[in-house]
Design a protein around this ligand. Sequence first.
Ligand SMILES: Nc1ncnc2c1ncn2[C@@H]1O[C@H](COP(=O)(O)OP(=O)(O)OP(=O)(O)O)[C@@H](O)[C@H]1O
Ligand SMILES: [Mg+2]
Length: 142
Amino acid sequence: MSPDDVTRLQIGNDVQIAGARQAVREAAVAAGFSLVEQTKIVTAASELARNTLVHGGGGHMELQAVTVAGRKGLRLTFADDGPGIRDVDSALSDGYTTGNGLGLGLGGARRLVQEFTIDSTPGGGTTVTAVSWARSGQRVPR
Ligand SMILES: Nc1ncnc2c1ncn2[C@@H]1O[C@H](COP(=O)(O)OP(=O)(O)OP(=O)(O)O)[C@@H](O)[C@H]1O
Ligand SMILES: [Mg+2]
């Protein structure tokens, strides 16, 4: 793996969420994501950034382009020092919310990317990592 530089963006208000979305869109274009793939990763990033702000009380996103065996991808990490998630399995299920949302964001984000991990403990904050690969529906040429 040859990792590129990590870009770190604060997630503390709506303007910063819009900036994070834009940064993910640009990185996806640069990594050769199709329009559909761009939309998927941007939508996932938008939901995760909103959770970081609304539930986590703000935090940051790290954005990194990665290349494995010639295939390009994006790794997004959202981290906050908020209350954490008591029951991650419940949080991932559609319709579960402790707020005023629809409870679709977290599970929806997971379905939109290829790799997805949640690291959270009550009182210990939350870190969500999502990875998507360009042209993931196509065979790797050899
Ligand atoms: N960063 C976080 N910190 C603490 N709790 C979180 C975090 N992200 C998600 N959660 C918990 O997981 C639940 C489910 O998240 P999800 O994004 O699916 O739904 P929502 O944000 O409540 O509503 P929606 O995203 O549909 O507007 C949240 O209600 C919240 O309890
Ligand atoms: Mg949400």
